[in-house]
Design a protein around this ligand. Structure first.
Ligand code: NAP
Length: 298
């Protein structure tokens, strides 16, 4: 690594060359931040895709072999597996290597990873607020992080120079950086990201089952249902892991949602037109004000 404002890495290892890890590899290369990128995964198929698309320079399914000699390790596997792959990498990592994860849950990841990081190796927890419902190396592209937030959740153990280097990487990928503590992060994203995914998955299942004949009702659905449920096409593995790793806040937000839905249900059952209208008016006001403030709708 050259210096903290313009980092340069000799060898970057990306463990999990999917949408996020693959896209970050594309950015690292196009910004000239690394000489070499090794892609690491579980099986050959996805890795061969990454190689053929030029996302990485070489591939391996052997984590220790892939990270050996790396001065940057990007960990972009589903959150429940982040600590597992770092445990496999740790014995061969040498200071002053930086490990950064991109997981959608922070507190449980940090708690599991920090004790595994060898002396002198620097771990920086990050979460880019970007992505689509697609997954795998074929979904990687240049630009997903541009003008998006990237949340950094450093702890008392986070090395300041490594934090600055990681901050520069995300800035050069186009992100606007915010810092917060991991618990605050997990509560916020349980509300604005994890809860909507739970609702989208449940809504599709509810409508699919409602007609008796599984596909009947869905066939009549149009643009609104399609837009609302887009995120139900997200990777089941990734979202199962997020539920496990952020269960407390997700359950809290699901309880809040159920109570709110119950209020609306009661208003509808009573035929309380003013009450119903007031619920809709409140929600529309919040959403409209976000749009007028330049809210990005992705
Ligand atoms: P993805 O496209 O499914 O990529 C994850 C990749 O990890 C897969 O391509 C898989 O590749 C590899 N992998 C899975 N388990 C592994 C293991 N045990 N060991 C090694 N490799 C493994 O998912 P993603 O959307 O990029 O998400 C990756 C991370 O980014 C997750 O932690 C997620 O929470 C976070 N994130 C996602 C988004 C989003 O919107 N998608 C946004 C921000 C952060 P192989 O098949 O080659 O093993």
């Amino acid at each position: 690594m050259s210096n903290s404002t313009n980092p340069h890495f000799k060898k970057t290892a990306v463990i999990g060359v999917g949408l996020i890890g693959g896209s970050l590899a594309v950015e690292l290369r196009s910004e000239g931040l690394t000489d070499e990128i090794v892609g690491i995964g579980r099986g050959r198929a996805n890795l061969e895709t990454a190689l053929s698309l030029g996302v990485v320079d070489s591939v391996t399914t052997d984590v220790a072999q892939g990270v050996e000699g790396a001065d940057l390790v990007v960990v972009s596997v589903p959150v429940l597996k982040i600590a597992d792959v770092i445990r496999m990498a740790a014995p061969v990592l040498t200071p002053p290597c930086i490990i950064m994860d991109v997981g959608s849950v922070k507190k449980a990841v940090i708690d599991a990873v920090e004790p595994l990081v060898p002396e002198g190796v620097r771990f920086v927890p990050t979460h880019p607020i970007a992505g689509t419902e697609d997954s795998g190396a074929g979904a990687a592209f240049k630009g997903p992080f541009k003008d998006r937030l990237c949340v950094l959740t450093p702890t008392d153990n986070t090395d300041k120079e490594a934090l600055e280097a990681v901050r520069s990487v995300w800035r050069l990928a186009g992100s606007n950086i915010v810092e917060m503590d991991a618990v605050t992060h997990d509560r916020i994203f349980a509300a604005v990201s994890h809860l909507p995914h739970m609702i989208a998955y449940t809504l599709v299942n509810t409508v699919a089952a409602a007609g008796g004949d599984e596909t009947d009702m869905v066939r009549f659905s149009a643009g609104g249902f399609r837009d609302f449920t887009r995120i139900a096409s997200s990777s089941p593995e990734m979202w199962t892991d997020i539920c496990v790793m952020n269960s407390e806040f997700i359950v809290e937000m699901m309880d809040n949602f159920s109570s709110r839905l119950e209020v609306l249900k009661r208003l509808i059952s009573r035929g309380d037109l003013d009450g119903i209208k007031e619920e809709f008016r409140k929600a529309k006001k919040v959403r409209d004000s976000l749009i007028s403030e330049g809210w990005d709708e992705e």
